[in-house]
Design a protein around this ligand. Structure first.
Ligand SMILES: [Zn+2]
Length: 287
C-alpha cells in the first residue's frame, strides 16, 4: 500500500486513458493518489476528480509560475474550493526563480519589452533588476496568501521551490509551529534536508532517485530519517527508469519506493508502511 503524494491528474495528458491510469495504480499497490492543483482552474478540476473517485484526494493552490495572469487575490477562490472535505492540503505553492524576466531580456526580446534598445549594460541590468523584483514579489505575495489560508484552515502545505532556497525558508519561517510543509521533488543536499526537517517540515522524492545521474538525490533519500519523507511521481513529469522520457503516472510511485528501499537496504514493505503513515499524519484525509 503506497500513497502517491504528488500527481497532476487534471492535466490533459491523462484524458485519453484516465481509467487505465487509475487501474494500473491500484494494481501496483498505489491505493491513494493526491492530485495537485497548479492554478485556480486546475485546483477546481482537482477537487472535481477527488469528489468523483474514492481513492483520489485534492491539494489546491497556485504554482509560483502559474500564468493565472492578473489574479492577485487567490485566497478567495481557494477558500471557496477548500469547502470540499476532499481537500487535504494547500499547494503547490512556493517560489521559483529558475527563469527570471532578466533571463528573457535577450537581444531581440529587449526591444519587445522595453520598446527600444537599451543604452548600456548598466542600464540593462537596472531595468532587468526592477523587472525581476516585481516578479519575485508577486510570487512572495501568492505564497504568503496561501500560507495564511493554510493556517486559517488548519492544513499543511505542498511546497514548490526552485532556485529560491533562502527566500523560501525566510517566507515560511514565521508560519513554523502553525503549519508544516513538504518540500516536494526534493533535489537539495543532505544539509538542506536536515535544515527543513529541523524546522518541522518534510521532503518527498520523485523518479529522479532512479536516474543514472540522480546519485546525489538517491544518497539523500538513503539517509534522511525514515519518517521524514514521502514518495511521489510529479506525473506526468519525471517518469522513473525504465520509463524515463515517457509520460509518468501514479503507478510508478512503486518504482520510486523500490529504488529508495534498495538505496536504504530495507524492504519495499517497510518504505510503504512508514511513508503511508507519514502521509496520513501530514495530509488531512478525514476532514
Ligand atoms: Zn507538481
Amino acid at each position: 500500500m503506497l500513497i502517491e503524494t504528488h500527481a497532476h491528474l487534471d492535466y490533459p495528458d491523462f484524458a485519453p486513458d484516465f481509467d487505465d491510469v487509475l487501474r494500473r495504480a491500484t494494481e501496483a499497490g498505489v491505493t491513494r493518489i493526491i492530485t495537485i492543483g497548479t492554478s485556480v482552474a486546475s485546483s477546481r478540476r482537482a477537487v472535481e476528480l477527488a469528489e468523483k473517485h474514492a481513492n483520489i484526494f485534492a491539494v489546491i493552490g497556485v504554482h509560483p509560475t502559474s500564468d493565472d495572469d492578473g489574479v492577485d487575490d487567490v485566497m478567495t477562490p481557494l477558500r471557496e474550493l477548500a469547502q470540499s472535505s476532499r481537500v487535504v492540503a494547500i499547494g503547490e505553492t512556493g517560489l521559483d526563480y529558475h527563469t527570471l524576466p532578466s533571463m528573457a531580456v535577450a537581444k531581440e526580446k529587449h526591444v519587445q519589452i522595453f520598446g527600444r534598445a537599451l543604452q548600456s549594460e548598466t542600464e540593462e541590468e537596472v531595468e532587468a533588476g526592477i523587472h525581476d523584483g516585481a516578479y519575485k514579489s508577486r510570487q512572495a505575495s501568492l505564497f504568503e496568501q496561501q500560507l495564511d489560508l493554510a493556517v486559517e484552515l488548519g492544513l499543511n502545505v505542498v511546497i514548490h521551490q526552485r532556485d529560491a532556497w533562502e527566500d523560501t525558508l525566510e517566507i515560511i519561517a514565521p508560519y513554523e509551529g502553525k503549519l508544516r510543509g513538504v518540500f516536494h521533488c526534493f533535489g537539495g543536499s543532505m544539509e538542506n534536508a536536515g535544515e527543513v526537517i529541523a524546522r518541522g517540515h518534510l521532503v518527498s522524492f520523485t523518479g529522479i532517485v532512479t536516474f543514472k545521474n540522480g546519485a546525489e538525490v538517491r544518497e539523500v533519500a538513503a539517509n534522511v530519517p525514515i519518517n521524514k519523507f514521502m514518495v511521489e511521481t510529479d506525473c506526468p513529469y519525471l517518469a522513473p527508469v525504465p520509463f524515463r522520457g515517457k509520460r509518468c503516472e501514479p503507478a510508478h510511485t512503486r518504482l520510486v519506493a523500490e529504488s529508495i528501499a534498495a538505496a536504504r537496504g530495507v524492504d519495499l514493505e517497510e518504505i510503504a508502511r512508514v511513508t503511508t503513515a507519514t502521509a496520513e499524519a501530514f495530509f488531512k484525509f478525514n476532514r
